[in-house]
Design a protein around this ligand. Structure first.
Ligand SMILES: Nc1ncnc2c1ncn2[C@@H]1O[C@H](COP(=O)(O)OP(=O)(O)O)[C@@H](O)[C@H]1O
Ligand SMILES: [Mg+2]
Length: 359
């Protein structure tokens, strides 16, 4: 369980505008709580304060104000030695992997184990060589990279490098994994495979994961809860299903829109393509729905009931947290009165109907 209470972090006099120094308010009064075993995403544009916020969780960045409570313990109040021990329970994964280039895969992963790893989490003697080797193999097996044990980072693909980064972060058996843009340097397919790995680790190990990203697809793929960050503040947070099905803020709507094809319709309308040229008895509309509504069944019912034609131009249906969510772009054709009644009927069934264009 991670609890941040009213975290503020200001970089004093670090910015400059017209040659005058000014403070940068990287994180402003942020509170959030991440449940045990959750995958929690923080999304925002570059400069929003995400990295600063996530670095406050393990006090790599010490907040000016606020409380950082991990499993009931306020990290701000710990002695240096206690903080060092608590930090071992918090692994971290970076966008650019941060591997030692002169060490092999095994050497990179062994590094934190050799000097720090104690099975009971206490400080003490160096781990023995066989114990280290056993643990390294275990970790490489977990991330599916045993065959690269003796390779050097330069001999690995980006996705493989990140697997090493994840294995290293897991070396001390942490209960929390912080990922700062862990998939941002990877191509989309590799990014998906790393996200799948994180999800699997979350499920198998019960590890709590905090993911920082500027890509909504990452949130959609694996997170249970998410927060939207803008100019140092959290402007919206909730379950990922709620965020996608009912975004409250414009910035959240903009982010969710990036993961849907439905916005193509705006381009098509602007270009005035044949697809969007309507006859006088037609209406172009967007139907958005989520949860239990199965709109295809509603469409055939409505068509018969109101004697209208419903022509689906395209659609985008997704499953988020095991619930369907999506939308359709539809041309409705029929008598004016029947069209109005049809749209009212859909609204009554919990479908959001927006008219995009009248014929
Ligand atoms: N160590 C630092 N010193 C001065 N300014 C910083 C430092 N780290 C971050 N910042 C500034 O804080 C703001 C938030 O940065 P950051 O947390 O890295 O955002 P994000 O990760 O969302 O891109 C930015 O304006 C950035 O320039
Ligand atoms: Mg960042």
């Amino acid at each position: 369980m991670i609890e941040l209470k009213n975290i503020t972090k200001t970089f004093r006099g670090k910015g400059s505008f017209e040659n005058r120094l000014h403070d940068i308010h990287a994180v402003r009064n942020v509170s959030l709580s991440v449940g045990e075993g959750d995958i929690f995403g923080v999304i925002g544009f570059s400069g929003a304060g995400k990295s600063t916020l996530v670095r406050c969780i393990n006090l790599l960045e010490r907040p000016d104000e606020g409380e950082v409570i991990i499993n009931g313990e306020d990290l701000m109040k710990l002695s240096r030695n206690d903080l060092r021990l608590t930090r071992k329970k918090i692994g971290m994964v970076f966008q650019h992997f941060n591997l030692f280039r002169s060490r092999t895969v095994a050497g990179n992963i062994a590094f934190p184990i050799k000097y720090d790893w104690q099975p009971d989490g206490t400080a003490g003697r160096r781990a023995s060589r066989p114990a280290v080797e056993k643990r390294v193999t275990e970790l490489l097996d977990m991330v599916g990279l045993v065959e690269k044990t003796n390779a050097y980072p330069s001999q690995l693909s980006g996705g493989q490098k990140q697997r090493v980064g994840i294995a290293r972060a897991l070396a001390s058996n942490p209960s929390i994994l912080l990922c700062d843009e862990a998939t941002s340097a990877l191509d989309p397919q590799t990014a998906q495979s790393i996200l799948a790995l994180l999800k699997e680790l979350n499920r198998k190990l019960g590890i709590t994961i905090v993911i920082i990203t500027h890509e909504m697809q990452v949130i959609k793929s694996i997170c249970g809860h998410a927060a939207v960050m803008d100019s140092g503040e959290i402007v919206e947070q909730g379950s990922v299903f709620d965020i996608f099905s009912n975004p409250q803020k414009q910035i959240t709507r903009d982010f969710t829109a990036t993961t849907s094809h439905l916005n193509k319709i705006n381009d098509l309308l602007a270009e005035d393509t044949p697809l969007t040229r309507l006859r006088s008895n037609q209406i172009l509309a967007r139907f958005s729905y989520s949860g239990p509504n199965t709109v295809d069944a509603l469409i055939s019912t409505a068509s018969l009931r109101f004697n209208v034609k419903l022509n689906i131009i395209f659609g985008d249906l997704d499953i988020i947290q095991e619930k369907p969510i999506g939308g359709l772009i539809v041309i409705l054709e029929g008598e004016k009165d029947a069209l109005e009644k049809t749209m009212e009927w859909f609204r009554g069934k919990g479908v959001l109907v927006e008219v995009l264009k009248h014929g």
